[in-house]
Design a protein around this ligand. Sequence first.
Ligand code: C2E
Ligand code: MG
Ligand code: MG
Ligand code: MG
Length: 288
Amino acid sequence: DHAKETGRRWAWHDAEVDTAISRKQNLLAELDTALEKGQIWTVYQPKWDIPLDRLDGAEALVRWTHPERGNISPDIFIPILEKADRIADLTLYVLDRALRDFSRFDAERPGLVCSVNISAQLLHDPDFINDAIARVGLASLDNSQVVFEVTETAALEDMEASIAALEKIRAAGIRISIDDYGTGQSTMSYLQKLPVDEIKIDQSFVRTLTTDRANALMVRSTVELAHGLGLKVVAEGIEDRECMNQLREYGCDVGQGWFVSKPVTADSFNSRWIQAEAGLTGKRAASG
Ligand code: C2E
Ligand code: MG
Ligand code: MG
Ligand code: MG
């Protein structure tokens, strides 16, 4: 009886594991087609320059609209592509797309900053690093307008190799941001060692800033630490005005989150952010 029950449970478990595995394999097999058919695309989440009170730029975030499964979250498919060593293809696709879109935006609104997420493991792929640097160089943007966001846990693994790759990227004039800062084992000593330009405080600290005293302290002291080290600070996950006001008080440089805007398509970013801002400046200029 008991054996039967256990057997049944195992059979059920196997079936579930099988489904998960075949789904992963399907996704991997479908990657090239998805890229060709435009089922993989990018949205842009605006970043706000807090002291200047104006648009700073945007972060490219990848989207996969699957013909049968609908929208799949990057939190699901990015780790699968990373494990299968297919993340370079996807990243170069997103980078190209973002560079092309930003070259268009930059013609209207010069100086916008374009951030792209780079999986940490790609720091150990010299072909990818060379290719990515070359593509940025070919784009009409200034290289300093491009930011590579790398998660802190990744940068911490194999420090030596990571540092070499980060230095190469920075030597080309591209900027480096430490994404999801605070979720790993951030220490002052590694921040000093890593050749970076910016830290991006994780949304888990920012979202609860106005209700959680410990998180408020963490954010405030991080701003101070980063500025002391000559780094720029970005806060992600700003969901309301109180949070934005608090960050302004702390001296945070750049803010991102639903309060500013959710991620939007390239077309809406252009019409709602670039064109709208051009309209505003035009009006300001016209009225003296
Ligand atoms: P991330 O780079 O830390 O991006 C921030 C995530 O938080 C995005 O989710 C964004 O939509 C969401 N978010 C932004 N503002 C708010 C807010 O105010 N409140 C809340 N609750 N959420 C907010 P998304 O687009 O689902 O991306 C999730 C993660 O997937 C990213 O985290 C990044 O690690 C990864 N990812 C996305 N696109 C790419 C890519 O092109 N390449 C790589 N390697 N990873 C990517
Ligand atoms: Mg990011
Ligand atoms: Mg260039
Ligand atoms: Mg993040």
